[in-house]
Design a binder for this molecule. Structure first.
Ligand code: PRP
Length: 182
C-alpha cells in the first residue's frame, strides 16, 4: 500500500476494512432484494465510489441512476431543504429504490430526498449509507436500512468524501489534519 497522504492525520478505515464492509452490505442487499431488481440511486457526488463498489457486491439484477442535490445557500445542514441539480432519468413508479449515500450526518438531505422520491410512487424506498457520523446528543433524521460503519465526529475525507472537492480519490477514510482547513 502507498504511504499516507501528507494531509491525513490518521486512517480510520483502511482498504481491507472497506472491502469487508462492502461484502457484508452486498450480502444483505442481495438477500433482501431477491426477485425485486432494485434501482440503486447514487447521490452525487460523494456516493459514486461507494455505489460502484456496492453494485459489484450485489448479486441480484439491479440498475443504477444518479441524482445531484445542492443546498439552498449554505444552510443545508440545518434546514435540509435541497435543490435538485440533476434528477433521475429513470421513472421509479413501482420500482424498488435503494438510495446509496456516502455519509449520513444530520440525515436531513436524505429525509428530504426520500419524501421527494416517495411522491413518485415507487414500490419501496430504502437507504444504504456507507458511514454514519456519530454525534453526541444528536439522532439522524432518518434510520437507514443498511449501515456500513459508524465514524467519529471528525473531519474525515477519502472514499468519495471531500474537503473542497479534494481527497475523494483516497482509497481509505482518514482524518484530515486541522491545519489543512483552518
Ligand atoms: C454530504 C453527504 C450527504 C450529506 C450528509 O454531501 O454526501 O449527501 O452531506 O449530510 P446530512 O446528513 O447532514 O444531510 P455534500 O453536501 O458534502 O456533497 P458531496 O456528496 O458532493 O460531497
Amino acid at each position: 500500500m502507498e504511504g499516507l497522504h501528507p494531509d491525513i492525520q490518521s486512517i480510520i478505515l483502511g482498504e481491507d476494512d472497506i472491502r469487508k464492509v462492502i461484502e457484508r452490505l452486498g450480502r444483505e442487499v442481495s438477500r433482501d432484494y431477491v426477485g425485486k431488481s432494485p434501482l440503486i440511486v447514487a447521490v452525487l457526488r460523494g456516493a459514486f465510489v461507494f455505489t460502484a463498489d456496492l453494485m459489484r457486491a450485489i448479486t441480484v439484477p439491479c440498475s443504477v441512476d444518479f441524482m445531484a442535490v445542492s443546498s439552498y445557500g449554505d444552510g443545508v445542514k440545518s434546514s435540509g431543504v435541497v435543490r435538485i441539480v440533476k434528477d433521475l432519468d429513470t421513472k421509479i413508479e413501482g420500482r424498488h429504490v435503494l438510495i446509496a449515500e456516502d455519509i449520513l450526518d444530520s440525515g436531513l438531505t436524505l429525509s428530504y430526498l426520500i419524501d421527494l422520491l416517495q411522491a413518485r410512487r415507487p414500490a419501496s424506498v430504502h437507504v444504504a449509507t456507507f458511514a454514519v457520523k456519530d454525534i453526541e446528543g444528536k439522532v439522524p433524521a432518518i434510520d437507514p436500512r443498511y449501515v456500513g460503519v459508524h465514524v467519529p465526529n471528525e473531519f474525515i475525507v477519502g472514499y468519495g468524501l471531500d474537503y473542497a472537492e479534494r481527497y475523494r480519490n483516497l482509497p481509505y477514510i482518514g482524518i484530515l489534519k486541522p491545519e489543512v482547513y483552518k
